[in-house]
Design a protein around this ligand. Structure first.
Ligand SMILES: Nc1nc2c(ncn2[C@@H]2O[C@H](COP(=O)(O)OP(=O)(O)OP(=O)(O)O)[C@@H](O)[C@H]2O)c(=O)[nH]1
Ligand SMILES: [Mg+2]
Length: 241
């Protein structure tokens, strides 16, 4: 039987890019994931624009596209639900703004097929390239420094919105993750490292704000405060034991 892949797209008020980018991902998967069966799941929560209407229309048009709208807020909550409900062998997610060039997708999926528990897009390893604002670059590097030193993480890019995990690892880790927002990814990786799971880093081409009309969903100050609080919580619960 063919290996199955579920690609989750977390969305929050993405009416400007959703249709265009889902079409691009769908066309890319037809060409690049022909060795797999695959599905795309739009995991929406908290949107108060046309995102749900567009998602429903896309799901009607394409048999491989599904969607849900959840009330519980946060990107992590949406990912957890989508991954838990899927029966696919390989579970992925990617930011719907397509900041990560899609060409890395077969490598991400291939890493799991070849035995990794988790595969993550990485912007800081050989072969990667990044175009983004100085502010975001500094934030990202500071964050990485903190995860390395305060959480003793070995991998170099916890927050790239482009990841995959195998079904078994997801089953084990998802119930343990407490954060339901942006810190979800870091918590997933810290828990995986503590269990000596294999995490493969895949270099990506990252372009922030490919679409000028799209606004960021990140509230920078609030997110930084949350990250600090969560790093502290996780440090106390996993590192000190
Ligand atoms: N389901 C869900 N998705 C969310 C939520 N907040 C953000 N997202 C999605 O998470 C992904 C990443 O959001 P972005 O706004 O691109 O975040 P970013 O890449 O850090 O910031 P930019 O550089 O401004 O793009 C996008 O697909 C968003 O739609 C949320 O509360 N729920
Ligand atoms: Mg983005």
């Amino acid at each position: 039987m063919m290996t199955s892949v579920c690609i989750v797209l977390p969305t929050h008020n993405e009416e400007r890019v959703l249709e265009k980018n889902v079409r691009a991902i769908h066309a890319f998967c037809i060409a690049a994931l022909s060795k797999y069966t695959w599905e795309i799941c739009i995991a929406d929560n908290g949107s108060h624009d046309a995102t749900p209407i567009i998602a429903e229309r896309l799901a009607r048009e394409f048999p491989q596209v599904q969607w849900f709208h959840a009330d519980d807020a946060g990107r992590g909550a949406a990912l957890r639900r989508a991954w838990s409900e899927s029966s696919a062998d390989i579970l992925c997610y990617m930011d719907v703004d397509l900041a990560t060039d899609l060409h890395a997708l077969p490598f991400l999926v291939g890493a799991i097929r070849d035995g990794a528990d988790i595969a993550i897009g990485s912007r800081f390893i050989t072969g990667a390239s990044v175009q983004r604002s100085l502010l975001r670059e500094c934030m990202s590097r500071t964050y990485n420094w903190m995860t390395r030193h305060l959480l003793r993480m070995r991998i170099g890019d916890a927050q790239c919105g482009f990841k995959a995990i195998n079904k078994k690892a997801a089953k084990e880790l998802l119930p343990l993750i407490r954060n339901t927002q942006w810190f979800f990814d870091t918590e997933l990786l810290v828990l995986a490292e503590r269990r000596n799971m294999t995490i493969q880093e895949v270099p990506v081409q990252w372009v922030e704000a490919r679409d000028r009309k799209r606004k960021s969903t990140v509230r920078i100050f609030r997110t930084i405060v949350n990250y600090c609080r969560e790093i502290w919580r996780l440090r106390r619960s996993v590192i000190s034991h």
